[in-house]
Design a binder for this molecule. Structure first.
Ligand SMILES: [Zn+2]
Length: 56
């Protein structure tokens, strides 16, 4: 998710524990049409179906 200065807090509230990176230049906010300043995203945690089956 890309956010401008006005929507940083909104993005952080929507995503529970986001990671924050500087947005690449030339991209726009996910909420409005301003230039995005930050990129919010979830961490990609290691995940495998094999582990789920073992616990089930
Ligand atoms: Zn915005």
């Amino acid at each position: 998710m890309l956010v401008c200065n006005d929507h940083v807090l909104k993005g952080i509230k929507l995503l529970d524990v986001p990671h924050i990176h500087k947005a690449p230049t030339g991209v726009t906010c996910s909420f409005c049409t301003k230039n995005a300043v930050l990129k919010l995203y979830y961490a990609h945690t290691p995940f495998s179906l094999g582990d789920l089956k073992k616990e089930a």
